[in-house]
Design a protein around this ligand. Sequence first.
Ligand code: MAN
Length: 360
Amino acid sequence: MIREPRKPIIIPEDVKPSRDFLKVDGVFNCGAAKLGDEYILLCRVAESCREQEEGYVNIPVYDERAERLKIERISLEEIRNRYDMSDSRMIYRKNAGGIKKIKYLTSISHLRLARSRDGIHFKMDEQPALPLQGRYERWGMEDPRITYMEEEGRYCITYTAVSDLGVMPALLITEDFEEYERIGAIFPPENKDVTIFPRKIGGLYYACHRPVPCEIGTPDIWISSSPDLLHWGEHRHLCGVSEEGWENGRIGSGAPPIYTDRGWLHIYHGADAENRYCLGAMLTDLTEPGKIIAKSRRPVLEPVEAYEREGFFGGVVFACGCVEKDSVLSVYYGAADDKIARAVVPLDEIFRSMETEEAK
Ligand code: MAN
C-alpha cells in the first residue's frame, strides 16, 4: 500500500470539540463512502475533559436520563488503590478475578462527518453527526463502518455502542447523512467490528463480526446472515487468530467487504499479544462468503511511520473504510488511535499479495 504523501490527512487539531469543557484526544477509525461526487468519512472523535482538578481524574460519561454529558470524578488515591492506568485508553480494576475488567474509558467518542471532493482534503463538520442516545451509549459510539447497499440506494452504518454493560454492535440507516434511522443493537455484547456486505447473497444479508469469547476461544472473525438486517443467525466461524506472529492476539473485520470479480475482498485488522495492530487482506467466495479463497500471510500495512507508532495509543493502523475507484482501493485508517491517514493500492497488487488457502 502506498501512503498518501500528505500524511496524516486529519488530525485532532482539525476537529472542534463538541462541548466547551472537552478537548479532542483523537479523530480516527472512520467509515468511508461516496455520496454523489463527494467522499464522506464518518469519523470516531474521542474527547476528554479539558480541565483536570488537582488529585482527581475527570471522565465524561453520557447520562441517558438527563440526555447530556456528566463528569465522573475519581480521586487519584482511589485509582492508586483500586485501579490500573497503564493503558492510555482505559482504567482497569485491579484483581478482578484474574480478568482484566475495564472500569472506565479515559475518553468518550461520538461520530462526526467529514466531506471532500478529492478524497484527500477533508472538511470536518463542527458538530457530531448524531447525539449519543440511550443506556447502551453511556461510554460513547465507536468505530463506524459504512456500507452502501447498492440495490437499495441507502447506507447501513454499523458502530459499537459502549457502556458499562459492554461493547455492543448497533445499526443506523441513512440515505443522505443528514437524517439517521436508529435500528439499534444487532448483536449482544461483547462483540464488535461488524461489517455488512453491500449486496444480498442468495436473498440474505451477510455480515462479519467479532464476538469476544471469555473462557474458551479467541477473538476471531465470524460471519452471519439475516433476512432483514436486524435478526442475525447461521453464525459461522470465518477466520481465527494465528498461532504466532502479527495476528496472534485478535483479529477483526475492518472495512466492509468489497465486491470484486475474484471474490469478496476483506481488509481486516490483526493484533499481536503486545497490541500492535496491522492490516491484512482476505478473499472469500462470492456465493459462499464464509469460504476463504485466499489470504495475506504478512500484513498489507504495518504501523511503521512515526504518526502510526506514536500517538494516543501507539503502534496501531486500524481501517474501518475503503473506497474503490477504477480498480484502486483507497484505505482510510486510524493511526495510533488519534489521526486519520490514507493509503492506496491497486486491486491487482492486493490479489498478488495473497496466497490461496491450498498453497498455504
Ligand atoms: C480496539 C478497537 C479500536 C482501537 C483499537 C486499538 O480493539 O475497537 O477502537 O483502534 O482497539 O486501540
